[in-house]
Design a protein around this ligand. Structure first.
Ligand code: SAM
Length: 254
């Protein structure tokens, strides 16, 4: 057993009031050194998403996740808001539909709230790129169930959902959900049953701080970007592929 595991085990046995007393005593013995905040002592970020400086950090990870599975961005593709990922990553794409809740989106071929049943037909698309959107619908369960049910047999649902991220200043009124790795896996198990589920969680303390400050991937080194610390998840990416012989568009228990 290593030292950190031993500390955790011992700490779990100490009652909370004793822990607080011990922490206060330690603080009195060794007060924290002053921190040099430098450029970071600021109340506003450098940019909103980092795009003015380079690649937004959450895109750095999610783009790589999709690129590694680009063979599944194929056939009849559905994407939210724009056809950007279908165009960049798609292979042998037969058609692209764009879903948006916003009726002003001129390229939308489907207009509706993903959280409202009946917005998407069942068993229709080979790939649904549901990226950076699942934080908005009020009815998250319906949104995910409908996104799963709209896949044809063998189709893949790609998800990108936020972990420790900022509010969306352009859609504050609808910015509702953030995800922990545990909750995301629970939701996928409840919705997609025994389908093939791949989930990656990206980020670490430095990445999350850089993201909140509006910095970009180019502001960090590759070795810093590569560290995944489960205590500081910036973004989760998932690919869930429906079995070819799976029951049509039916979530478990449905
Ligand atoms: C941040 S963009 C993400 C999608 C874009 N493809 C991307 O990768 O950035 C969010 C899009 O989802 C749409 N949207 C927000 N809430 C929605 C909902 N409940 N149902 C369907 N679309 C929604 C917004 O209008 C917007 O076009």
């Amino acid at each position: 057993m290593n030292l950190s595991t031993l500390k955790k085990r011992l700490s779990a046995r100490v009652p909370m009031p004793a822990k607080h007393r011990a922490r206060r005593a330690l603080r009195a013995l060794a007060p924290g050194e002053p921190v040099d905040w430098g450029d970071l002592r600021r109340l506003r970020p450098f940019t909103t998403w980092g795009i003015e400086r380079g690649t937004p950090l959450e895109r750095y990870y999610v783009d790589r996740f999709i690129a590694a599975r680009a063979d599944r961005v194929t056939g009849r593709v559905l994407e939210v808001g724009a056809a950007e990922y279908a165009t960049r990553f798609g292979r042998r794409v037969r058609s692209v539909d764009v879903l948006d809740v916003d009726p002003a989106n001129r390229i939308a071929t489907r207009v509706g709230d993903l959280g409202t049943p009946g917005v998407l037909e069942a068993d229709r698309w080979d790939c649904f790129l549901l990226l950076f959107t699942l934080q908005y619908p009020r009815d998250l369960t319906t949104a995910l169930a409908q996104s799963w049910a709209c896949l044809a047999p063998g189709g893949t649902l790609f998800l990108a959902v936020p972990g420790l991220t900022r509010m969306d200043p352009d859609n504050r009124a609808n910015d509702r959900h953030r995800f922990t790795p545990v909750r995301l896996r629970e939701l996928l198990a409840e919705t997609c049953g025994d389908a093939k589920v791949e989930v990656e969680t990206y980020g670490n303390l430095l990445v999350v701080v850089a993201y909140l400050l509006g910095l970009a991937a180019e502001d960090l080194r590759a070795d810093e970007l590569a560290v995944a610390d489960p205590d500081f998840p910036l973004v989760h990416a998932a690919a869930i592929t429906r079995r070819r012989d799976g029951r049509p568009g039916t979530p478990p228990g449905g």
